[in-house]
Ligand binder design. Structure first.
Ligand code: LMR
Length: 327
């Protein structure tokens, strides 16, 4: 009897193990470098909420904010190795994989987020999402942050004020050229290092959207922020083609829906978050926000304009014209 019982228990054990194995959820690691209160942070959490609600027990989404898992210099490599499955690096950080997104770094191409959005949703903008297919990376959509402002430890009113100052920039040759146009010294550094670089005066300034300035407390270590809106900082929601296309057919469509839902959630809130964070920075009173006159603004535009021509070959005249025509 006990032998019979033993084998029956073993059989039950095996069945349970098989059921457990079958039910093991797919874990999706989502890595990003900003705070959870920023538009990207909000969208990533919405993706997690949606995916886990639509696919209970089938999918678990682990969101790692604040460069906890990877920074933008190594996240795409890690994605191709399967160590992380989703990320949304800024469009400035894909140059090693494609030059297509350089268009978004061109200074003063877009007046505001609405113009950026219009271009992203246009046929040309949508075409760019597939520009890394040959590298195994799949663009799932554009996520907004906002327009960038210039900050420094001295007031920047005209381009000459930036002369000789050291600015932290993202990993982008276009942004490098933009600051060189000003006679400034651009320094490519990971986002996670910016606060300390500013605090220790290793650099003099930076360019960031309002939500990044506020959530990283850059306004506590910069005396002046000039409201230049000279460029955009937006993101590409990206995954590995092998991973995404290999997802089971009863999972991928729901995740596609959640991508759309998360994209909408973040993008709809981006401008409100930017304006609220701008107000909070103003209220904090640790740095002065400078407004430019039309004449001053025109000087910045003129100083930076040669960057367009410099990158026309890489980006493609058709892409620049398509973006410029929308605006
Ligand atoms: C930066 O490096 O400044 C940004 O790309 C960070 C981010 O993800 O907003």
């Amino acid at each position: 009897v006990s032998a019979l019982l033993g084998s029956a228990l073993t059989a039950i054990g095996l069945v349970t193990a098989a059921a457990t194995a079958q039910a093991a959820p797919i874990t999706i690691k989502f890595s990003h470098v900003v705070a959870e209160t920023t538009p990207k942070g909000v969208a990533a959490l919405e993706f997690k909420r949606c995916a886990e609600a639509a696919l209970p027990g089938k999918v678990v989404v682990e969101v790692y904010p604040n460069s906890q898992l990877f920074n933008d210099d190594n996240v795409l490599e890690a994605m191709l190795l399967g160590d992380v499955h989703m990320a949304a690096p800024s469009l400035s950080k894909f140059e090693d994989y494609t030059k297509a997104f350089q268009v978004f770094d061109l200074p003063f191409l877009f007046k505001d987020l609405a113009e950026v959005d219009k271009f992203q949703q246009s046929p040309k903008g949508q075409e760019l999402l597939q520009s890394m297919a040959d590298k195994g990376l799949l663009g799932l959509g554009y996520w907004h942050n906002g327009m960038k402002q210039m900050s420094a430890n001295k007031p920047l009113r005209v381009p000459e004020d930036a002369n000789g100052l050291k600015f932290r920039i993202q990993q982008s040759d276009v942004l490098e050229a933009q600051f060189e146009q000003l006679g400034a010294v651009p320094i490519k550094k990971p986002f996670s290092e910016v606060f300390t670089l500013l605090q220790t005066n290793a650099i003099d300034g930076a360019e960031n959207p309002w939500s990044n300035i506020y959530s990283q407390k850059f306004h506590e270590v910069q005396d002046y922020i000039t409201e230049t809106n000279h460029g955009v900082l937006d993101y590409l929601l990206v995954t590995s083609a092998e991973f995404w296309n290999g997802l089971p057919d009863d999972v991928r469509p729901q995740l596609d829906d959640c991508v759309a839902q998360a994209t909408k959630a973040g993008n709809d809130k981006a401008l409100d978050i930017a304006m609220a964070d701008r107000d909070k920075i103003k209220a904090a009173g640790t740095s002065e926000i400078l407004q430019l006159t039309d004449e001053e603004l025109a000087k910045w535009q003129e100083a930076m304009k040669p960057v367009w021509e410099k990158f026309e070959g890489d980006i493609g005249k058709d892409v620049i014209e398509a973006a410029a025509a929308i605006n």
